[in-house]
Design a protein around this ligand. Structure first.
Ligand code: ADP
Length: 322
């Protein structure tokens, strides 16, 4: 654990000088022992403030960019990957692909904004827009029940962000509640491009994604096209509306069997419009599923158009709140 206070020098100049002298110790996650991240290309220094989360290879921190006016630097989320943990060349390649796709996905309010990436001999650091309110997984856990209008407001933004990705040839391949992040003003952002790929790279036959949200064609190794993202979005929508994933069972094998048999139940509490959209998005055959533009013009969304709007991430009349 970092004790920030005693190490904090008085002025920024002092900080600049001192960041090079922060003692390095070796631990399982060496980055924990560093108070500063240093972009050698332009000399910028980022001070770690708190840990936001942990991923497979990365640790994510809130950081503040050092500037001459105390505490007025920009704040980011820094995803830091310890190079010593990337033992195989494919793992390094994956990080480079993630950065490439984050760059290609820039410029949409519902996709986590990429600021820049830099590295030194020990770490790769990816600076992202900070999403302070955690993910939809925590949001759902906390609220337990979401109204359909609220789900519509969330889904509208995910569909908008995902359309932007697909329009740029990017398939996300790992849409799940934990990868949909929320900012301070409760704008919904698609994050974690760790499994994303480009359509032009051809249909990948690898099995990836979250078990519950894996599309049948991916399970059958028939490839992962944009339709598999629509399937996962259907699973996500179902989870927000019903409170649990559509194919969840106590055993993974059984879940896969249910996915392949297209066996799930929509409770009667779900409205006719929402149920109709879910059935369409969860069609077994990829080509039978709606496109994202068909999804966004579905009655489920038009029904709630007065209370939520697609042009503004959060509608004026309907806001998400913790
Ligand atoms: P990995 O690709 O290694 O799985 P993630 O990108 O999923 O890592 O990040 C791990 C965790 O860090 C996430 O679950 C989330 O809690 C947090 N996180 C990631 N990106 C951000 C961000 N931009 N803002 C705030 N928290 C983030």
């Amino acid at each position: 654990k970092i004790n920030l206070k005693p190490q904090l020098p008085q002025s920024c100049q002092q900080r600049r000088r001192s960041h090079q002298h922060v003692p390095l110790t070796t631990s399982k996650h060496e980055v924990d022992d560093h108070l500063y991240l240093h972009d050698a290309i332009n000399g910028k220094v980022y001070q770690k403030r708190r840990m936001l989360g942990k991923g497979g290879f990365a640790r994510v921190y809130e950081v503040i960019e050092e500037c001459d006016i105390e505490d007025s630097g920009m704040i980011f989320a820094a995803k830091v990957i310890d190079k010593s943990r990337l033992s195989r060349p494919q793992q390094r390649e994956k990080v480079d692909i993630e950065v490439k796709l984050l760059k290609a996905a820039r410029g949409h309010p519902n996709v986590v904004a990429f600021h820049k990436s830099f590295e030194d001999e020990k770490f790769i650091c990816i600076l992202l827009e900070l999403c302070n309110k955690k993910s939809l997984a925590q949001y759902l856990r906390r609220k337990q029940y979401l109204s359909e209008a609220e789900v519509c407001c969330i889904a509208r933004q995910i569909v908008s962000g995902l359309s932007h990705l697909h329009d740029n040839g990017i398939i996300h391949r790992d849409l799940k509640l934990g990868n949909i992040l929320l900012t301070d003003d409760m704008t919904v952002k698609i994050g974690d491009f760790g499994l994303a790929t480009l359509v032009e790279w051809g249909k990948k036959k690898t099995i990836c994604g979250t078990p519950n949200f894996i599309a049948p064609e991916v399970l059958q190794r028939q490839g992962h096209g944009p339709e598999a993202d629509v399937w996962a979005l259907g699973c996500l929508l179902y989870t927000l509306l019903v409170g649990k994933p559509p194919f969840e069972t106590s055993c993974l094998r059984e879940t896969y069997r249910c996915i392949l048999k297209n066996s799930y139940r929509i409770p009667s509490t779900v409205s006719t419009e929402a149920a109709d959209l879910l059935r369409w998005m969860l069609r077994h055959k990829p080509k039978m599923r709606p496109t994202l533009s068909q999804v966004s013009s579905h009655a489920f969304f038009t029904k709630h158009s007065e209370t939520s709007s697609i042009s503004t991430p959060i509608s004026k009349t309907y806001t998400l709140s913790f």
